[in-house]
Design a protein around this ligand. Structure first.
Ligand SMILES: [Zn+2]
Length: 403
């Protein structure tokens, strides 16, 4: 963590603690990096994951245990109830490989990008400081491997820790094997509150380190807010996911507007009731794939199409500024836009099985990587993250075409 830190943790009205800017900070600034305290294999069945996590937790220093115990843990959400049901179900049959627990019900989750997941759990490697929960079958590099502890019953404390981890963990793609892991970052990252209009952007790199950057200029005292969800999820999908997984209703301006539209008009989720903004560029001129994209299908993927179009317009205007060499803060913003648009295309492509959307996602991720490389460096975590997405999406494309 940088010293002196650019942030401070303090109470946020109505939300427990939050993370705040300690001083004025310009767009693109790296605010902090935090290695995962625990790294967990997202593919393990719930019960096995819970047990492995408990074993790792027991080996942590008391100070780190306290950090995890103090994490917000909503027990009355749909997700928490489902996890407890799963744990109860497999009460005697231990750790069979059936029932792969994928609790990740965030629609639009894209390959390779870090999201606040509700994924299942434990196992893994690397990170010197990281304690890794492991399925007893892992390979040589898991020196922290936990011996299988089959027959011990799970205690209430084990389950509480597991729920805290599932609520606060963040998914990322492992470098060596391309598998999905979940990192737990209890010091700072897990204290970040949510908004659907984030002023900071985060990514977890392939080694399980969380990095947070300013999306725009920040003022001292401003709360730093991330989005737990993909940016272009429509209001209805956001409301449902936040309620089911995190147990709260978001009160940001986007949600207030979404709620008023939702109450006023019928119809399905998506850009209901909102006509094209003034100066709206027809979708077909922005990107040929939109020509054939019906709003209904977008809403199936939980995408707010009007929101997406507005952002693409903004991206185009900023690209024009770039060409005119009006740099300023453009690269950081442009990166954020390209990334968000890539994420939306990705959601539509993977959910709707649309190769053309996946191709668009690849193009925008490539743009984000180019901009990022220009602004930060070739080795920046965000640049590598974008390239990782491009690689993962190309694999998906090959699957679509059956090769
Ligand atoms: Zn919101």
């Amino acid at each position: 963590m940088s010293c002196p830190p650019l942030f401070v943790i303090q109470p946020s009205p109505g939300k427990g603690n939050g993370v705040f800017a300690r001083r004025d900070t310009s767009a693109g600034t790296l605010i902090f990096s935090e290695p995962a305290l625990l790294t967990l294999d997202a593919s393990l069945p719930a019960r096995q994951a819970c047990r492995s996590l408990a074993a790792c937790f027991a080996r942590l220093p008391a100070e780190d245990q306290d950090k995890i115990r103090s994490l917000h843990c909503p027990v009355d959400t749909v997700r928490s109830r489902r996890i407890m049901l799963e744990l109860a179900h497999s009460d005697n049959g231990d750790d069979d490989e059936s029932g792969t627990t994928q609790a990740g019900d965030d629609p639009g989750t894209n390959a390779g990008s870090s999201t606040h997941s509700g994924a299942g759990f434990p196992a893994s490697k690397r990170r010197k400081r990281t304690v890794s929960a492991s399925s007893g079958t892992s390979s040589a590099n898991s020196r922290a491997a936990v011996p299988p502890q089959q027959q011990q019953p799970l205690t209430e404390a084990d389950i509480a820790i597991y729920l805290a981890a599932t609520s606060n963990g963040i998914a990322f793609l492992g470098a060596a094997d391309g598998k999905t892991y979940t990192g737990l970052f209890p010091s700072v990252a897990a204290r970040m509150n949510h908004t659907c209009e984030p002023n900071v952007v985060f990514a977890v790199d392939h080694n399980g380190v969380y990095h947070l950057r300013a999306r725009r200029d920040l003022q001292a005292g401003e709360e730093l807010l991330v989005s737990y969800l993909p940016r272009f999820m429509a209001w209805e999908a956001r409301r449902r996911t936040l309620g089911e997984c995190h147990g709260f209703v978001c009160g940001c301006a986007r949600c207030v507007e979404g709620a008023s539209r939702g109450v006023a008009g019928g119809g399905s989720a998506g850009d209901r009731g909102r006509g094209p903004a003034p100066g709206f560029v027809p979708a077909s001129q922005i990107h040929p794939t939109f020509e054939v994209l019906e709003h209904q299908r977008a809403s199936m993927a939980g995408i707010d199409l009007a929101e997406l179009h507005a952002w693409i317009r903004e991206l185009k205007s900023r690209e024009w500024n770039l060409r005119k060499k009006n740099w300023g803060q453009e690269p950081a913003e442009l990166f954020g836009l390209a990334y968000a648009i890539a994420e939306a295309h990705c959601g539509m492509g993977l959910v709707l099985r649309r190769p053309s959307e996946v191709e668009s996602a690849i193009a925008y991720h490539e743009l984000a990587a180019r901009v990022g490389a220009k602004y930060w460096s070739e080795t920046d975590v965000f640049v590598r993250e974008q390239r990782g997405c491009v690689m993962a999406l190309k694999v998906e494309l090959r699957k679509f075409s059956g090769k």
